[in-house]
Design a protein around this ligand. Structure first.
Ligand code: F6P
Length: 319
């Protein structure tokens, strides 16, 4: 293999730039030429492809977003779109592709591999919802962004003796909500992976009030319902006035944490090693602090799990 491509796809995540840098530098270190594909699969179909040099990825390790830009591309879900993508890659003499993104991006990468074009997936999403890896690039940074917001909201919640409902991202996964809830000392965490009981929430809030606690933080994962919907339900059940904060896309931005930069560097490096071994159809990940790889098909067979012991612990600590 002489030439490889790299693209970022789906929702951007802090640390994607660190991963691009690792892919480009490791590939060049091993004598490969690297081409950046801009705007995800959309750019692949439309030939938005440019050669990257060592300097192209200078001064980006600490930057949020992705220099390659990203997109969600419906056209790439069709075999016609995928074949067009392969034509573009071939026109540039590219023989292998690294795809940095989440579930949808992996599905595109698997489709290309099934059509005979080797791809390696690197998990980049703030949702931490990809099987085959304990952490995705961007999760740690987003978590720290959420915690920063929770700490600030706690200040005003305490001054005004209010209950705040904070809606966090995560699509169908509760990881951000759960980790932020545990790290931020939330009284209640609502995640899609477990049911909740309004009676139980009411009982816990009243118990807190009885022992003099005047403010509370409730974290709701967007995959369950919106913060506003939850506030409405809580009002119906308790007549309690609350304030709602929807953190939204600030969770996707910002300079990646050291943990995300290191993870991105390690995963990017492994992706290139696999392509150099002429292996494709694999997604890299981290398990027990070791870099691992799994077949895409294996990953799609599994469902992402949250750590329900952590969920239990959060309840025990917020009595
Ligand atoms: O997958 C990352 C994510 O930020 C999810 O947490 C969220 O549900 C979704 O993307 C939002 O997507 P968009 O930016 O396309 O609205």
């Amino acid at each position: 293999m002489k030439r490889i491509g790299v693209l970022t796809s789906g929702g951007d995540a802090p640390g994607m730039n660190s991963a691009i840098r690792a892919v480009v530098r490791k590939a060049i270190y091993h004598g490969l030429e690297v081409f950046g594909i801009y705007q995800g699969y959309n750019g692949l179909i439309n030939g938005m492809i440019k050669k990257l040099e060592l300097g192209s990825v200078g001064d980006i390790i600490h930057r949020g977003g992705t220099i390659l830009r990203s997109a969600r591309c419906a056209e790439f879900k069709t075999q016609e779109g995928q074949k067009q993508g392969i034509e573009q890659l071939k026109a540039f003499g590219i023989e292998g592709l690294v795809v940095i993104g989440g579930d949808g991006s992996y599905r595109g990468a698997k489709a290309l591999t099934d059509l005979g074009f080797p791809c390696i997936g690197i998990p980049g999403t703030i949702d931490n919802d990809i099987p085959g890896t304990e952490f995705t690039i961007g999760f740690d940074t987003a978590l720290n962004t959420v915690i920063d917001a929770v700490d600030k909201i706690r200040d005003t919640a305490s001054s005004h003796e209010r209950t705040f409902i904070i809606e966090v991202m995560g699509r169908g996964a509760g990881d951000l909500a759960l980790w932020a809830g545990l790290a931020g000392g939330a009284e209640t965490i609502i995640i899609p992976e477990d049911s909740y009981s309004m009676d139980d929430i009411k009982r816990r809030l009243l118990k807190g009030h009885e022992r003099g606690k005047k403010h509370s933080i409730i974290i709701v994962a967007e995959g369950v319902m919106s913060g506003n919907e939850f506030a409405q339900k809580l009002k119906e059940a308790t007549n309690m006035e609350t304030r709602v904060s929807v953190l939204g896309h600030i969770q996707r931005g910002g300079s990646p944490t050291a943990a995300d930069r290191v993870l991105a560097s390690r995963l990017g490096s492994r992706a290139i090693e696999l392509l150099l071994e002429n292996r494709g159809g694999l997604a890299v990940g981290i398990e027990k602090n070791k870099i691992v790889e799994h077949d895409f098909s294996e990953i799609f067979r599994e469902n992402h799990q949250v750590d329900l012991n952590m969920y239990k612990l959060s309840k025990e600590l917020s009595i």
